[in-house]
Design a protein around this ligand. Structure first.
Ligand SMILES: Nc1ncnc2c1ncn2[C@@H]1O[C@H](COP(=O)(O)OP(=O)(O)O)[C@@H](O)[C@H]1O
Ligand SMILES: Nc1ccn([C@@H]2O[C@H](COP(=O)(O)OP(=O)(O)O)[C@@H](O)[C@H]2O)c(=O)n1
Length: 229
């Protein structure tokens, strides 16, 4: 069967990667978490003194962006890809609140987006890919055969992220997470370059009251419809 490109965009923490990963595994496609790439650039910036307080030394980051190599490798234990920054597994570090609170300003920078989009497009060259993020259906793969835009209430999204961090044994405050989710949504929707918005031809999914398995089933149906007509 001819392989297609699947773009899953939407608001922070609503379950995009969960459904994208599950579908990719089911149908034997490659899964790419584009948010992990912006998170890895953010971690690099934190670890290399590119943040001066809340200010970003954009001149230095621009000089160094070519030295930031991001890749993914399947973790045999979780069955899901882990993110590597310059050869080091940073999967846990990039999910911290520190990175979450600094990633959206990094993702507003045009030269960062240009570098990430070029890598994402190269990864999707031969189709058979499920990619999730904010601008996949609008900018990275505007010709994707299946586009989904996911949303849920901010409170539900914060609760999902809170539960996740707690389960991993990480310190978390629900109020802080809710604030972060709302702040990122605002920055992501209002930035100049590739702001978060639903592509005109994307299907809208509000999964506020859906379980993980219900949304998985819904997505599989959309895929079947797209490939089989
Ligand atoms: N429908 C759902 N109901 C409850 N929890 C969910 C649902 N979908 C995803 N989750 C959980 O919510 C958290 C955030 O999901 P994730 O896929 O990382 O979101 P996103 O990629 O949109 O940021 C994860 O811990 C995931 O297991
Ligand atoms: N394609 C993308 C993906 C993420 N991002 C940025 O990266 C941040 C982290 O993305 P993510 O997908 O890991 O976020 P969560 O929804 O998983 O919390 C987002 O809040 C955006 O600021 C982006 O600008 N474009």
């Amino acid at each position: 069967m001819k392989k297609i490109t699947i773009a899953i965009d939407g608001f922070s923490s609503c379950g995009k990667s969960t459904m994208a990963k599950d579908l990719a595994r089911e149908i034997g496609y490659i899964y790419i978490d584009s948010g992990a790439m912006y998170r890895a650039v953010t971690l690099y910036s934190i670890e290399n003194g590119i943040f001066k307080g809340n200010e970003i030394d954009t001149e230095r980051l621009q000089k160094e962006i070519g030295n930031i190599h991001i890749s993914f490798q399947l973790n045999p234990l979780s069955g899901r890809p882990d993110t590597y920054l310059n050869g080091v597994n940073v999967e846990n570090k990039i999910r911290s609140m520190e990175v979450s609170s600094r990633v959206s300003p990094i993702a507003t920078l045009g030269f960062v987006r240009e570098a990430m989009v070029a890598q994402q497009q190269a990864m999707g060259n031969s189709k058979g890919i499920v990619m999730d993020g904010r601008d996949i259906g609008t900018t990275v793969f505007p010709d994707a055969e299946l586009k989904i835009f996911v949303t849920a209430t901010p409170e539900i999204r914060a609760q999902r992220r809170y539960d996740e961090l707690k389960a991993k044994g990480q310190e978390a405050s629900f109020d802080e997470i809710l604030e972060n989710v709302k702040q990122r949504d605002y920055i992501d929707q209002n930035r100049e370059v590739s702001p978060l918005r639903k592509a005109d031809d994307a299907l809208l999914l509000d999964n506020t009251t859906m379980t993980i398995s219900q949304q998985k089933e819904w997505l599989q149906k959309q895929f079947d419809k797209t490939v089989k007509g």
